[in-house]
Write a protein that binds this ligand. Structure first.
Ligand SMILES: NC(=O)C1=CN([C@@H]2O[C@H](COP(=O)(O)OP(=O)(O)OC[C@H]3O[C@@H](n4cnc5c(N)ncnc54)[C@H](OP(=O)(O)O)[C@@H]3O)[C@@H](O)[C@H]2O)C=CC1
Ligand SMILES: Nc1nc(=O)c2c([nH]1)NC[C@@H]1CN(c3ccc(C(=O)N[C@@H](CCC(=O)O)C(=O)O)cc3)C=[N+]21
Length: 290
């Protein structure tokens, strides 16, 4: 008798994001009553597709919970000196509580130098080495990056047991891959990190109980990259040939093999923006001794 193929469950970000937003609305209301208006400044250089997607999502989310926003749109060919000046101005502005710098930066800018400029107490997405060090140390007092935090929140929300699980992170950037591995390690997962030099990539990833894909290559993760029954978190935000958003995972190709998978859009991205809003409120409270 032929057994009908069961499809994996598409696990959306919305229920996770909604829960976070619900609490934030109350917290923001309390602050506004006291005359404090939490504010986020976004620093964008040029107009990358994934940055614009984040910006749209972040502005919508902040608006929905009552956080004020401002976008500094800087030209693609901006100099290091001008970029640093823009950051310093946001650092000094008492009305700004959180600063988000989109990354990666264009080539002429020195990210390694710029990361020392952002004020750690306003650094809501872990650009500053001060916050990055706290992630390494498992110190919860700083601001871990929003997307890796979102990945862990989604896994917890859908009751994925991370303790001792084989978790593989595909990608090692400081925005997603490396800190995601650290946060997952804090959850007692057994973590493997893959990158562009990993040998026999699909063999390594197909051993994972949980696969987190953050490579920035549209639909790169195919059926042979995943283990039967694996949980897949698709972090990628890519713009395909038709101008539509798509992830790093070829969802149609893996759906019958996996147990759960996040969609793109409406997956990790929507939770990322709610963590960002949470961090802005946390920064605002700390700066007002609340
Ligand atoms: N949903 C969300 O909330 C967010 C989504 N994103 C998206 O996630 C994706 C990744 O972002 P980000 O980490 O900033 O990207 P980066 O380009 O900074 O890093 C990509 C990583 O993937 C690795 N990689 C690239 N190509 C391959 C390959 N063919 N095989 C194996 N590894 C490879 C790179 O390896 P190496 O280090 O060796 O070069 C690198 O570590 C993007 O699509 C981005 O838009 C990012 C942030 C938030
Ligand atoms: N320092 C830094 N940190 C980042 O986390 C970072 C970055 N730079 N640069 C760009 C990428 C991309 N990224 C997205 C986050 C949320 C959505 C998001 O909210 N997406 C909605 C759709 C939004 C829309 O299209 O309107 C969704 O997936 O449902 C998208 C993209 C974060 N990134």
């Amino acid at each position: 008798m032929e057994v009908a193929a069961t499809k994996g469950q598409i696990i959306k970000g919305k229920p996770v994001a909604d829960q976070i937003s619900e609490n934030l609305i109350k917290e923001v209301n309390e602050l506004v009553k006291e005359g404090i208006n939490p504010k986020l400044t976004i620093v964008r250089v040029g107009a990358r597709g994934d940055d614009l997607a984040y910006e749209r999502g972040a502005l919508k989310r902040c608006q929905s919970v009552g956080i004020t926003t401002e976008v500094l749109e800087l030209p693609e060919d901006i100099t290091q000196e001008q970029y640093v000046k823009a950051l310093e101005k946001a650092n000094e502005d008492k009305n700004v509580h959180g600063i988000l710098c989109f990354r990666p930066l264009p080539k002429q800018l020195d990210e390694e130098a710029a990361k020392y400029v952002i004020a750690p107490e306003k650094d809501v997405d872990c650009f500053s080495p001060v916050n990055a060090a706290k992630v390494m140390e498992g110190d919860k007092s700083g601001f871990p990056p929003c997307t890796p935090t979102a990945v862990v929140e989604i896994l917890k929300h859908y009751n994925v047991d991370l303790k001792g699980a084989k978790v593989t992170v595909l990608g090692r950037s400081m925005v997603v891959g490396k800190p995601a591995a650290m946060l997952l390690l804090s959850e007692n997962a057994t973590v493997t990190i893959c990158h562009s030099r990993t040998k026999n990539l699909s063999e390594v990833t197909s051993e994972a109980d949980v696969l987190v894909a953050a490579v920035g290559r549209a639909k790169m993760v195919k059926e042979n990259f995943v283990k039967e029954g694996a949980v897949v978190i698709d972090v990628g935000i890519n713009v395909d040939e038709n101008g539509k958003l798509c992830g790093d995972v070829d969802t149609d190709a893996v759906l019958e093999k996996v147990s759960m998978i996040t969609p793109v859009p409406a997956g990790v991205g929507s939770v990322t923006t709610s963590i960002l809003a949470k961090h802005v409120v946390k920064a605002c409270k700390l700066q007002n001794n609340k």
